[in-house]
Design a protein around this ligand. Structure first.
Ligand code: G3I
Length: 345
């Protein structure tokens, strides 16, 4: 039947699709996407550095194909992402001599970016991640170049610009670690401020890069409830479950470890049944929770489709063998898939 169909009365089920899938025209993978999902997000293709690598240079080819694919298959199409400190050309923050630009110039550049991009896909892209990862639990606002140059108003302005370019589009704030109580509280406060000021925002994206045992289901639930209490819709935007050990505090630390491959990349020969059972149970618990809160949740999107393409194989160092998704490296459904489907069959 496909997960999208099974869950159609609850929320949409999405997947992030890589640019490579379109440029290589991987029709087998695209058929799987069509069959299983009713929402798509471009993993990288609409990020600033990909779509707008220099001031007067736009590369829309992959984005256009992504949007066409979504339209042809009647999918909810999500744009990712308008304003982020990562995957953005550094030159946008600098003048010709390499000094920081003024707030005015930076906001003009942002305006040009958002207006052009949102307008191009107006009425086609249904929801945009407008601002990504701008809050940290330690400091509140992330001290990114956006913040340092323009202050927190860059966010207000980004939402207004996106709304002006496409008044019917659903606009999201998206972040990871949204289960952390400090980040959760800060985001709730930020959203309430937006609402007071009339900043157009409609949804909160909880990325959902989880691991086998953390965060706890009750903590995830507390965030879903807190975000929904603002009146906005909740989206799980980048779901995956890391099965590998994570005992490092920085990627420098892990890449310096002589015993890295043995200790921290233990399942290169395949996922042991015991761990596969844990993964299956974890996905089952997560989807039980999402179903319990189906009145608050619009969408659950996986960050990738099969284990082979997942970013988790390259984070925090390249070359790990991870198993975070519902489809294996041969593109077959895993036990976790059957557990998620089974909740609706
Ligand atoms: O395309 C180049 C290729 O030409 C080159 O040979 C290769 C080797 O360096 O790199 C390729 O680019 C990589 C790209 O993914 C495509 O695979 C970049 O190095 C790599 O940095 C990039 O990573 C992406 C990451 O965002 C960047 O921050 C991941 O694919 C993507 O899954 C990830 O997605 C983010 C969300 O946008 C926001 N939330 C967190 C999430 C996970 O980090």
């Amino acid at each position: 039947t496909g997960l999208g169909k099974l869950y159609e009365n609850d929320f949409t089920i999405g997947t992030a699709v890589s640019g490579w899938t379109f440029s290589q025209n991987d029709t087998e993978l695209l058929d799987l996407v069509k069959h299983e999902f009713n929402s798509i997000t471009p993993e990288n293709a609409l990020k600033w550095s990909r779509v707008h690598p220099a001031e007067n240079e736009w590369r829309f080819d992959i984005g256009d194909r992504f949007v066409e694919f979504g339209l042809e298959n009647n999918m909810q199409i999500v744009g990712h992402v308008l304003v982020w400190h990562s995957q953005v050309p550094h030159t946008i923050f600098q003048d010709e001599s390499g000094n920081a630009v003024s707030k005015n110039i930076l906001l003009k550049r942002m305006e040009n970016h958002i207006s052009t991009l949102v307008d191009r896909y107006k009425g086609k892209i249904n929801a945009w991640d407008v601002v990504n990862e701008s809050v940290t639990p330690e400091d509140g606002w992330r001290k990114s170049p956006w913040f340092e140059i323009a202050g927190p108003e860059f966010m207000d302005k980004a939402f207004h610009l996106a709304h002006e370019a496409d008044p019917d589009c659903h606009l999201l704030y998206n972040d990871y670690g949204m289960v952390n109580p400090k980040r959760r509280d800060f985001v709730v406060k930020m959203v309430k401020d937006f609402q007071k000021k009339g900043v157009p925002i409609h949804g909160i994206g909880m990325q959902g890069h989880f691991s086998l045992d953390s965060p706890d289901i009750t903590e995830i639930e507390a965030s879903i409830e807190a975000f929904a209490s603002t009146g906005l819709r909740v989206h799980i935007t980048e779901l995956d479950v890391d099965v590998l050990p994570s005992r490092w505090s920085s990627s420098a630390e892990i890449s310096n470890r002589a015993d890295y491959s043995e200790e921290l990349n233990p399942y290169t020969e395949g996922l042991p049944p015991k761990i596969d059972d844990k993964l299956t149970k974890r996905y089952e618990d997560l989807f039980k929770l999402f179903l319990k809160h189906r009145d608050k949740i619009d969408r659950v999107t996986f960050w990738g489709t099969t284990d082979a393409q997942s970013w988790k194989n390259n984070f925090p160092v390249r070359g790990r063998t991870n198993y975070p998704l519902l489809f294996d490296r041969e593109r077959n459904p895993k036990n976790a898939y059957h557990a998620v489907a089974g909740l609706k069959e």
